[in-house]
Design a protein around this ligand. Structure first.
Ligand code: PEP
Ligand code: MG
Length: 576
């Protein structure tokens, strides 16, 4: 089976499917009522036993939140009202066990989805999971138990679409791989997977069904290959990969603690993208020079309520302190688009990617935004902190933020709360209009960070989260490269830093091009730091600078990729 590999690495371990059996009702009516009732109670007992075994096996590795989820699920599995309703449906309406159970759970799901209470609404996810477990137990006639959570080796998580908060329900160290039937290469779950160095595949249609049948799977996050019940040959391939990975890491150690410098002496900042305070130690471990992008919304979406100013301060304080003097660039809330957050006052929009997302949401909700700004300024007392604004479309938004920042500073003064005034304020260049107006914006911003994930999707009008538009969503499109080049040029002319923080910052084919354009910093997921430092040490900027015009004159992404490959191999420099 094949999907689109979006986060490199190989995993071979137990498969674990989320909501696997949702749509597999074999028949709606019962032929034998008593047999159907017996099937129900057998499935109930089986599911309870499986869940108990799973909790036991995973004890200590799924974290407190994992324990809580399973506890809540156990209560749902045992819910007598639910089972009474199911039995009545079978007896009175002659429904099949599967059908009666599905209807009973679905009506609860529907009711809960409408309740105006975050906690209850969140239980919908658990109910779906419980539904899948029971249906699975009903469908599974074999005695073999395919669904224990294994005690060792972790799991590969399979889902139709796995949300970041679903991912966070598990202790991250047991997740060895992710496979989704839907989703695109830069969805936030994928970004999280990359940051954690977890192999990930999207667009793998049919994998969820297979994963619920097969115990073990092999996945390659580079090629998108998925093999269930891997044979000995694959096991050997996996073992060889682990050996090679270990050897590679050993060689990269030579670059630890060194500055990031090109062959001809240009110094480049090599920072990290993270979304959770828990990732800050990964930055140190990876030898990142700081955090170039802290996606502040990621730590918030796993919470049940909007964190208060104090709670946010605690998040940023924890992060900056753990960075031990390295800079932390906090990007203010970037919700909307593919980052919905249940507790925030967001209206349903027909096209959320073009709606009230990022800075638009913040400016429309100044109390929420000002609490975040206050928390960031306060954290600025504990180490070098920069503020970065997402999704800026026009200079008026930047000006509005500056006025709000003044108000926040005044308020902190009047409350007597210590804070760092006048923190560097930069903007992300993700919207085409901002890219075109870079010369104007750079006069009023302290730095630029080019978000190539969004900039590419908006320039190419190709959804970054849709596997079907993945081929169009290509940063190597010369249109995207020309725009980026002009943005970098404006920042360079103004003598201000300009970084790339989209995932193309870590693309080995594009890195020399970014540097030749004049990008001063790259911000990448921690596992890429040493690899990139090594790569950069071999780049001769003057040679690459000569190539720039040629690349910009090419007519399509394929041509760009071919030329970049030729250049990376060194072959082209013998010709020019
Ligand atoms: C980007 O758009 O490139 C970016 C870094 O922001 P995000 O991926 O969080 O939207
Ligand atoms: Mg973005």
């Amino acid at each position: 089976m094949k999907g689109l590999g979006v986060s490199a690495g190989i995993a071979l371990t137990w498969s674990y499917s989320l909501h696997s059996r949702d749509n597999h009702i074999e028949k709606k009516t019962a032929e034998d009522i008593e047999a159907e009732l017996a099937r129900c109670s057998a499935a109930r007992e089986k599911a309870i036993q499986r869940l108990a075994d799973r909790v036991d096996a995973a004890k200590g590795s799924i974290g407190e939140s994992g324990d809580e989820i399973f506890e809540a699920q156990m209560l749902m599995l045992k819910d007598v009202f639910l089972w009474d309703e199911v039995s009545n449906q079978i007896r009175d309406a002659g429904a099949s066990a599967q059908w009666a159970f599905s209807c009973a759970v679905d009506s609860r799901i529907e009711k809960l989805s409408q309740v105006d209470d975050e906690y209850l609404r969140e239980r919908v996810l658990d109910l779906r999971d419980v539904k899948a477990q029971i249906l699975e137990a009903m469908l599974d006639d074999s005695e073999e138990d395919r669904r224990e959570i294994p005690e060792i080796g972790g799991i590969i998580l399979f889902g139709r679409e796995i949300t970041p908060s679903q991912l966070l329900h598990f202790s991250l160290d047991i997740i060895k791989g992710l496979v989704m039937e839907e989703g695109g290469p830069t969805s936030h779950t994928v970004l999280l997977a990359k940051s954690l160095g977890i192999p990930c595949i999207v667009g793998a249609l049919g994998s969820l069904e297979m994963a619920s049948r097969e115990k073990r799977a092999y996945i390659d996050g580079q090629t998108g290959e998925i093999v269930f019940s891997p044979d000995e040959e694959l096991t050997e391939r996996y073992n060889a990969y682990i050996l090679e990975k270990t050897e590679r890491s050993r060689l990269l150690e030579a670059f630890r603690g060194k500055a990031t410098v090109t062959k001809d002496g240009r110094r480049i900042g090599l920072l990290c993208n993270i979304g959770l305070p828990e990732e800050a130690p990964l930055v140190i471990k990876a030898d990142g020079e700081g955090v170039g992008l802290f996606r502040s919304e990621l730590s918030m979406i796993s919470m049940k309520h909007m964190p208060t100013e104090d709670e946010q301060f605690a998040l940023y304080a924890q992060t900056v302190t753990q960075l031990k003097g390295r800079p932390l660039t906090v990007r203010t809330l970037d919700i909307g688009g593919d980052k919905p957050t249940e507790y925030l006052p967001m209206e349903r929009e027909p096209n959320p990617y073009l709606g009230v997302r990022g800075i638009r949401f913040c400016l429309a909700n100044p109390e929420i935004f000002m609490a975040q700004l206050a928390a960031i300024l306060r954290a600025g007392m504990l180490g070098p902190v920069n503020v970065m604004l997402p999704m800026i479309t026009a200079v008026s938004e930047l000006r509005e933020v500056k006025s709000l920042l003044e108000l926040v500073e005044k308020d902190l003064c009047s409350r007597g709360v210590p804070f760092a005034a006048h923190l560097p304020l930069g903007i992300m260049i993700e919207v085409p209009s901002a890219a075109v107006m870079a010369d104007v914006l750079i006069r009023e911003a302290d730095f630029f960070s080019i978000g190539t994930n969004d900039l590419t999707q908006y320039l190419c009008a190709a959804d970054r989260g849709n596997a079907k538009t993945a081929a169009l969503n290509n940063t190597c499109n010369p249109a995207v490269l020309r725009v980026i080049r002009s943005v970098v040029r404006e920042a360079a002319l103004a003598g201000k830093p300009v970084s790339i923080c989209g995932q193309s910052a870590a693309d080995p084919l594009l890195v020399p091009l970014w540097i030749a354009m004049g990008v001063t910093e790259l911000s990448v997921v921690p596992p890429c730091v040493l690899e990139l430092r090594k790569l950069i040490s071999g780049i001769d900027v003057s040679l690459w600078a000569e190539l720039l015009d040629r690349i910009m004159a090419l007519s399509g992404a394929d041509e760009v990729i071919d030329l970049l490959k030729l250049a990376s191999s060194g072959a082209i420099f013998d010709i020019i």
